[in-house]
Design a protein around this ligand. Structure first.
Ligand code: NCD
Ligand code: ZN
Ligand code: ZN
Length: 425
């Protein structure tokens, strides 16, 4: 039994609160609780309490890419960033595309993870886009959603077949939307930046065309269709229209697409190379508007760690992707909450309750009977992002050197402290 002493966002205000935790569960919340003699006080007075964040789009690289990240280092990065649930993508080696491989992965997670990890399974075998996985068997083995993230499902017929099956199983299909015949060998957004740097571009239509195709298929099959990392204005419009037409479509956006644009890509620097690419200022504004009006449901990081020597290469050679778990909350807090554009409640909802609702995960609120699973946020001090200080193996971020506030300093799962940066008094 212990009492946490902190602040929380409650009914539109930041308010002091005390929370009694019994057996890892919130037993009581009040302004001042009567203390029992033997009860320990966990004094987090200076910090703001949020439910542990959920990130439904990360890459952990294990198995097969352990030089980039492991389940252990990736989940350490998660809890350092205030995340207590993460969902890793299946573009690993091997791909979790069968019951056996999912069971092996689940076993690795059980042994090595430091937070809740819900792994995706693939839509097609080895994510090759040729043959569908045994979706029923995968569901029975514990899968929660299907995706081929890393690559788009190129064949419309195959996507339709996948959606039909997923719909019968009441499982979501989660899509990386990219038409390869349009994206070609592009490495940055096709527009101002591709011209300026003389690099091959990826047009916005490469994304929007897939989303338009897929919302029609979702309407036909009745499937819950979720769009990964939306980056373009046209995509937001297609999703908005589909929602208005009553199609079951949901979508996510990354912190980097909300904060950066092609304008920030001033040289051939692979720290700014990710898929989808950073697009125009107009696209960025449409993403913010889409999130604010509910067209886009929530925020996910697309944490994509890569090794230092891989990202030292030129834009043309380096792999796509940047890390996100350790920078997401501070960047969004600094950019949107500290400036008064969003309320703290909005940001917290986009990082926990909204994604959990979309994927039918247990609710996670600061309410009695909920698990004592929290992020403690320091909103008083600022810090400079130092990529070399990341606990993730991936040091690849375009945000190095940025001053931020809203820093997660402690994370608790079921009443146990799994990360803490401040010294106990
Ligand atoms: N986003 C990226 O730029 N890269 C991801 C793949 C993906 O999310 O499509 C990766 O696995 O590195
Ligand atoms: Zn992707
Ligand atoms: Zn991804």
């Amino acid at each position: 039994m212990k009492i946490i002493n902190a602040f929380r966002w409650n009914e539109g205000y930041v308010q002091p609160c005390e929370i009694r935790i019994v057996d890892g569960v919130i037993a009581e919340i009040g302004h001042t609780l009567s203390k029992k003699e033997e009860e320990a006080i966990f004094d987090a007075e200076q910090t703001l309490l949020a439910p542990g964040f959920t990130d439904v789009h990360v890459h952990l690289r294990e198995p097969g890419g352990e030089h980039k990240e492991t389940i252990e280092t990736g989940t350490n990065a998660a809890v350092k960033g205030g995340f207590t649930t993460i969902c890793p993508m299946p573009n690993t080696n091997p791909v979790p595309d069968s019951e056996e491989k999912l069971e092996e992965l689940t076993e690795m997670i059980r042994e090595r993870a430091n937070c809740e990890v819900l792994p995706y399974v693939s839509i097609t075998k080895e994510q090759q886009g040729h043959e569908l996985t045994d979706m029923r068997a995968l569901k029975e083995a514990g899968a929660f959603a299907f995706t081929d993230d890393g690559v788009g499902v190129q064949s419309a017929a195959q996507m339709k077949e996948a959606m039909k099956k997923a719909s019968q199983l009441h499982m979501p299909v989660v899509a990386h939307c990219e038409d390869n015949s349009l994206a070609g060998d592009g490495v940055v957004h096709e527009g101002d930046v591709s011209k300026r740097l003389g690099l091959p571009g990826i047009p916005s239509s490469a994304e929007a065309v897939h989303i338009a195709r897929d919302v029609l298929l979702a309407a036909e099959t009745g499937c819950h269709y979720h769009v990964c990392h939306v980056s373009a204005k046209g995509s937001v419009q297609v999703i908005r229209n589909a929602k208005q037409a009553g199609i079951h479509v949901t979508a996510e956006v990354t912190p980097h697409h909300l904060i950066l644009s092609e304008k920030d890509v001033t040289e051939d620097d692979a720290m700014f190379k990710m898929n989808p690419p950073l697009r125009s200022e107009e696209d960025k504004r449409a993403l913010i508007e889409g999130l604010e009006d509910g067209t886009i449901d929530f925020i996910a990081t697309d944490h994509a760690p890569h090794a230092e020597d891989e990202k030292k290469q030129s834009m043309k050679e380096a792999p796509f992707g940047i890390t996100g778990l350790e920078t997401a909350f501070p960047l969004l807090y600094t950019h949107f909450v500290a400036t008064g554009k969003w309320s703290l409640g909005q940001l917290i909802a986009w990082m926990t309750s909204k994604p959990r609702k979309v994927f039918s995960l247990n609710r996670r609120e600061i309410e009695p009977l909920h698990p004592a699973t929290f992020a403690f946020i320091d909103v008083r001090n600022t810090e400079v992002i130092d990529r070399h200080a990341f606990v993730s193996k991936g040091k690849n971020t375009p945000f190095d050197g940025r001053e931020v506030s809203g820093i997660p300093v402690c994370t608790m799962i079921d009443g146990k402290t799994v990360w803490k940066e401040w010294k106990e008094k």
